[in-house]
Design a protein. Structure first.
Length: 203
């Protein structure tokens, strides 16, 4: 809440699952909401397990422990990354149309997702943001794996995770409803947030 009503703060959601969470954060803080499109590179047959991620700006993150542990060659990663790059561009067009991504230089960016497991996706997002020189990067999630939090905290200015349970075993385990967020809901929430931004906040 220390970032509420600050003109230099923006909330960026990782779609799709991070958008409903980020919408609530942006609404409560009375700050703008946008998306930072990042694509997880899942292991074939175990798509929820990330072997890496990609983000706008040509950013790639590889999770070496997963690659080594499952004996995955780099060529397989590259093949999956090429597929996900097409989906990344499709989502950017679907969510933002032809509008440019927001300027985040010298701003405080609150990066929101529905949770953090291996951290590949959020790492890619942080690396993409660093290229734009924000003043401060804050990761904010409802739930995260404790070990991953320890790895991420040195990378950002602040990490807020309401719950860091031992025996994490995946983000979905900690939700009553973890049904898939659809593109239509993402677009609706972004549109709603834009309307809220235009509505004056009562004193």
């Amino acid at each position: 809440m220390k970032y509420a009503d600050c003109a230099d703060v923006i909330v960026l959601a990782l779609p799709r699952g991070g958008v409903p969470v980020a919408y609530e954060v942006a609404e409560k803080l009375h700050v703008p909401l946008d998306v930072l499109v990042v694509r997880k590179i899942g292991v074939r047959g175990h798509e929820e397990l990330a072997m890496g991620a990609i983000a706008s700006g040509g950013v790639q993150v590889i999770h070496p422990e997963v690659m080594r542990g499952m004996d995955i060659p780099r060529s397989v990663f590259d093949e999956e990354a090429a597929v996900q790059l097409k989906e990344l561009h499709r989502r950017e067009l679907a969510y933002r149309g032809r509008m440019a991504a927001p300027e985040v230089g010298d701003k405080i960016v609150i990066l929101v997702d529905d949770g953090i497991a291996t951290g590949s996706t959020i790492r890619a997002a942080v690396m993409a943001l660093r290229q734009q020189h924000p003043r401060r990067i804050v990761i904010a999630v409802p739930v995260a794996a404790p070990d991953t939090c320890a790895e991420l905290e040195p990378m950002v200015d602040e990490l807020v995770a309401l719950s860091r349970p031992e025996g994490f075993l995946g983000v979905g385990r900690w939700y009553e409803d973890f049904s898939q967020t659809q593109d239509e809901e993402v677009a609706h929430l972004l549109s709603s947030a834009a309307r809220l931004e235009q509505t004056p906040v009562p004193p």
